[in-house]
Structure formats: structure tokens, C-alpha cells
Design a protein around this ligand. Structure first.
Ligand code: ATP
Ligand code: MG
Length: 360
């Protein structure tokens, strides 16, 4: 008996279609090997959707996504759409997709692969063995809090205002995702806040502590965000899973990403309470190299692995893909963005073929 999954593919713009082709070929091969049946439906988003339909997120695309088990996105955007009004930009389509699917949890792993340790901006002995997952709250906090605006006081002076707010329910739902994520990993969870200064952080910390008894195997600790930023650069191997709010997570996930030094290698997942998750590489559409068979498809392929692990609950299939990625790197295959001494430059398609060979 085979298990069947319906996956929506959103190739998008720039290098998106090229790297998506590689990810789909890899998924198909793993599907054959593991007796998983994938049914793929492609839909337009971003600039490609603007050109075809006049809007960056057609209603039919959102509907297709909603009806599927998981959504795999490549990348959106490009120079030719940069001057459109805000509501018509490719990026607006992505925000609409996140909102439309109710994706409140963003998972961003930062793993140092031994083969690429030289790419980090930190010393190899500091980053060796780093394997961090940042779980960021994505739909609340100061980016969405009310009141907000630039207000004019009676004396005519201007005041800019934003509000950091979290409800107990919002903290609880991201907290549960984080505990469950930590449970699938090394069972160490570090919650990052600013509870010494902010009441919103005090509530955050209290709720995390209140959830802890439900996850007795997970070791929960707390850090202030300033200290967390310092520790991430000083000794990143002390972290396993980090959970934090929208603003702190924005910053910390970029710090964690830079520990690895290679944007073409970083996947991400965005999850909601129910319904499909969204899986996409951290990098953008790289219009400067689009259509030249130069793109690194590995972040896209690793996003497909995250989809299997966190979206479809197929950890074995995910592991197979991750092992294949390690193997092609071991064999010396590199796209231009991660080229190092003693390695050979290959194109996007050749990298894809190398992955298929490694899977076999
Ligand atoms: P966005 O705003 O969508 O994040 P961006 O312009 O900030 O886009 P990217 O599109 O990620 O960033 O590109 C940044 C640089 O990294 C570009 O020079 C691009 O060519 C390179 N790059 C990004 N992704 C890849 C990839 N998968 N393979 C090779 N190079 C890449
Ligand atoms: Mg960018």
C-alpha cells in the first residue's frame, strides 16, 4: 500500500522554475523508493502570476494551495516588477499566501555542513557541529500590533508608534510548535525574550513555562535577546531549538543563517494550526543568474526534505534526501556560489542529476 500526498508547486520567478525542477525530480525518485505517491499541481504566483493574470496571488492559486497537503514554493520577484504599486508586487503575493494559509510559525534551520564549514564568516572551530533550528512567530508581535502609525501631537511634534503585543493564545500555539520541533531534534529548547524590560515578554516566558510540563523530555531554558545574539556568535553549538517572537526571530534567524555563510543552502518551513504548510528556500529569485543553469538547487531540495519531515510526517524520506545532499557535497559537486578548493563547478541540472545518482 502506498501513501498519497497532494503537493502544490509554486515555481514563481527567476531561478524558481530551474530549482523547482530539481526538487520535483528528487521527490519523485524518493517517492518511488519509499512507496509514497506524490500528486503535483503547479500554480502561478508572484511576477509570473502578474504577467499571466494581473495579480500576484490569483484566487485559484490560493484555493489549490488550501486543498493540498503541502505547498512547495521556489522564489518570487524580479527587476521588471519592482516599480509596480505595492498591492501588485510579487512579494505581496507571498504575504497574501502566508496570511491565507494562517501560517504563524516559521522554522529556519542553520546547519553547518562539514563540507562547507569554510563558507562561514566565523572560525571553523567555532561553527563546527552547529545545528540550530529557529522557530519564529510570524503573524503577531510588533510587526502587526495596534496602535501603530506616525501621529502628530497637539504641539505639532511627530511621534512614531508601534506596539509589541502577544495574547496568551498566540504564545501557546507557537510554544507548542516549538516544543514539538525540539522533541523531533535534540530536545533542548531555548526561549528568547526581553522579560527584564518588556511585559509582553514576561507573559511570553510565563506561558512557555506553563507548557513545559506537557513536554517532560524537552529541556526548556530562557535567554534575553541581547545575550542570545551574543551567544549565537560566541558559541553557537550550545543551541538546538530556539523559539522567539516575530521581531527577535527576524534578527536571530538572519544571524543564525550567516553562521553557515551559504544562502543557496538554507531551507525554511512555515506552519499553521491545521492545513498545509509552506516550504521554501530562504534565498530570493536571484534574477542575476536566472535561466543560466547556475543556480544552487540545494536549498530548494532541502526545503522539500523539510516538507516531508514537518508537513507530511515522513522523516525517513526527508532523511534520505538530506543524506543525498551530503553525499553530493562529499563527492565534490558545487555550484558556483559554494565553490571551494578542490571542488568542481557544476550547473543546476548536473547537481540535480548528481542527487538522483546519490539517491540510487
Ligand atoms: P529577495 O529580496 O527575494 O530576498 P535578494 O535580491 O535579497 O532577493 P537573492 O535573490 O537571494 O536576494 O540573491 C542574493 C544573491 O545571492 C544574488 O547575487 C544571487 O545570485 C545569489 N543567490 C541567491 N540564491 C542563490 C542560489 N540558489 N544559487 C546561487 N546563487 C544564489
Ligand atoms: Mg532579500
Amino acid at each position: 500500500m502506498s501513501t498519497s500526498f497532494h503537493i502544490t508547486l509554486l515555481p514563481g520567478d527567476g531561478i524558481g522554475p530551474e530549482i523547482m525542477d530539481v526538487a520535483v525530480a528528487v521527490l519523485k525518485r524518493v517517492g518511488q523508493q519509499m512507496k509514497l505517491a506524490f500528486e503535483f499541481t503547479s500554480a502561478p504566483i508572484g511576477g509570473a502570476a502578474i504577467d499571466a493574470t494581473g495579480t500576484p496571488l490569483p484566487e485559484s492559486t490560493l484555493e489549490t494551495c488550501r486543498r493540498s497537503d503541502a505547498v512547495l514554493l521556489a522564489a518570487i520577484g524580479g527587476y521588471q516588477w519592482d516599480n509596480l504599486p505595492r498591492h501588485l508586487r510579487p512579494e505581496t503575493g507571498l504575504l497574501g499566501l502566508r496570511a491565507g494559509l494562517g501560517l504563524f510559525a516559521n522554522l529556519r534551520p542553520a546547519t553547518i555542513l562539514p563540507q562547507l564549514a569554510g563558507a562561514s564568516s566565523l572560525k571553523p572551530e567555532i561553527v563546527a557541529g552547529v545545528d540550530i533550528m529557529v522557530v519564529r512567530e510570524l503573524t503577531g508581535g510588533i510587526y502587526f500590533g495596534q496602535p501603530r502609525g506616525i501621529f502628530e501631537a497637539e504641539d505639532g511634534t511627530l511621534r512614531g508608534v508601534n506596539s509589541m503585543t502577544y495574547s496568551a493564545a498566540e504564545v501557546d500555539r507557537i510554544g507548542r510548535v516549538a516544543f514539538e520541533t525540539a522533541q523531533k531534534r535534540s530536545k533542548r529548547l531555548c526561549s528568547v525574550d526581553k522579560a527584564n524590560v518588556l511585559e509582553v515578554s514576561q507573559l511570553w516566558r510565563d506561558r512557555l513555562n506553563a507548557l513545559a510540563p506537557d513536554y517532560p523530555e524537552v529541556d526548556l531554558t530562557h535567554l534575553y535577546v541581547d545575550n542570545a545574539a551574543m551567544q549565537l556568535v560566541r558559541c553557537p553549538t550550545q543551541f538546538d531549538t530556539i523559539v522567539t517572537g516575530n521581531l527577535f526571530g527576524d534578527i536571530l534567524s538572519d544571524i543564525a543563517a550567516m553562521l553557515t555563510g551559504s544562502i543557496g543552502m538554507l531551507p525554511s518551513a512555515s506552519l499553521g494550526a491545521s492545513g498545509p504548510g509552506l516550504f521554501e528556500p530562504v534565498h530570493g529569485s536571484a534574477p542575476d543568474i536566472a535561466g543560466q543553469d547556475k543556480a544552487n538547487p540545494l536549498a530548494q531540495v532541502l526545503s522539500a526534505a523539510m516538507m516531508l519531515r514537518y508537513g507530511l510526517n515522513q522523516p525517513e524520506a526527508a532523511h534520505r534526501i538530506e543524506q543525498a545532499v551530503l553525499q553530493v557535497l562529499d563527492r565534490g559537486y558545487r555550484t558556483g556560489d559554494i565553490l571551494g578548493e578542490g571542488t568542481q563547478a557544476v550547473g543546476c541540472q548536473a547537481m540535480g542529476q548528481a542527487l538522483i545518482d546519490a539517491l540510487d
